[in-house]
Design a protein around this ligand. Structure first.
Ligand code: ZN
Length: 368
């Protein structure tokens, strides 16, 4: 049900409810990037929880291709196209020869043959209509709570409706981590291989020295910047994450975090995402402002800030409802006095009242 409200947000962004939530919680950004905020209502907190389910179940249905980003929108089921990023094409419509026909030469230039074949298999219309969101888990593209439940359950079971998909546990781990949204987005970009490290910039055709700006020894790949560089590995070992000898066989951040999400607790995985974000931030401070901090300084600062974040955003625990005792009559020959009092702080006034009742429960007298 919560995912359904999120579905309404992207389907009917101009509805009164959506505009109201947008004005309060995400006036300057999109629903996808909206953060929970400092004092979220129960409804907003719940909608954001549903967004994670939604993220895993929706995709873009390509019409004219003019509002679907090739690299960041989910439009080709089961494929993460960001790994093939090229800056000269952005929209799916850039991949058309003309409406209804793929530019095969361009597709072959950008993607491996199995991805090209998958794209060619997408039905295109000669009549241009706008791209739209569809609920990918349902064959008709319609959102149903039943399918949302199915997706949510699949995520929990670490498999999706098309069969085992180990990446689902990683995306689920990232989007449900107890960390700020900007930390989740940083982790997602690292896994999608689109963090602008020097090696990635060079691959995009930018003429740049690819050596790491911190250690100046290795090529600055995302994995080097976030795990293997001396500052990064020091930060990870201070926070007592797995020593590098155990994890060096991975060749990308995606593979590394996939191995971590399966054996770390949710809390530890969240802490790891915080560190990755801090390592990236520290690296940028060095590159842009020459202001980097040593790991022994920024690790405790980051983890301390994260603790505060978790306390502020903790789901309030429901207090057990106190069982109100039913009034009982006093024993024969006894009189029962019930009293209550209150104090009004603003006016400084107080009140007291009481009721006397006999063993039949009859009112004998009272005061206030
Ligand atoms: Zn380095």
């Amino acid at each position: 049900m919560l995912a359904k409200q999120g579905w309404r947000f992207i389907q009917n962004p101009n509805s009164l409810v959506c505009r109201l939530f947008k004005a309060i919680y995400f006036p300057t950004t999109s629903f996808w990037n909206a953060e929970i905020g400092l004092s979220p209502s129960y409804a907003w907190r719940s909608i954001l929880h549903g967004r994670d389910v939604l993220c895993s179940g929706i995709r873009r249905h390509v019409g004219d291709g003019c509002t679907t980003n090739i690299w960041t929108d989910p439009w080709l089921q089961g494929e993460n196209l960001s790994q093939y990023y090229r800056p000269h094409v952005q929209l799916v419509s850039d991949l058309f020869h003309h409406q209804g026909y793929w530019n095969l030469d361009l597709l072959r230039e950008l993607f491996p043959i199995d991805v090209v074949n998958k794209i060619r298999a997408l039905p295109l219309s000669l009549n241009s209509y706008a791209d739209r969101w569809i609920w990918g888990a349902d064959k008709h593209g319609l959102f149903t709570v039943k399918f949302a439940y199915h997706v949510a359950r699949s995520l929990t079971l670490n498999e999706d409706s098309d069969g085992p998909n180990p990446s689902a546990s990683l995306w689920n781990g990232i989007w449900t981590a107890q960390v700020p949204s900007k930390v989740k987005i940083c982790a997602w970009k690292a896994c999608a291989n689109i963090l602008p490290t020097r090696s990635r910039l060079s691959e995009r055709g930018i003429d740049i020295d690819t050596h790491c700006p911190l250690c100046e020894e290795e090529v600055e790949s995302p994995l080097h910047a976030l795990r293997d560089c001396s500052v990064a590995s020091e930060a990870l070992s201070i926070a007592q994450f797995a020593p590098l000898s155990v994890v060096t066989q991975q060749s990308s951040v995606h593979e590394w975090l996939l191995s971590q999400v399966s054996h770390l607790s949710k809390r530890s995985f969240s802490a790891l995402l915080m560190l990755i974000w801090a390592i990236w931030r520290n690296r940028n401070s060095m590159v842009w402002d020459a202001l980097s901090k040593p790991a022994v300084e920024f690790v405790p600062l980051t983890l301390g800030w994260w603790e505060e974040f978790r306390i502020v955003h903790a789901t309030p625990t429901k207090l057990p409802r106190s069982h109100s005792q039913k009034w009982k009559k006093p024993g024969l020959g006894f009189i029962k006095l019930n009293v209550d009092a209150s104090f009004h702080q603003a006016s400084g006034t107080a009140g007291l009242g009481g009721v006397f009742r006999d063993s039949n429960g009859s009112f004998l007298g009272g005061f206030f």
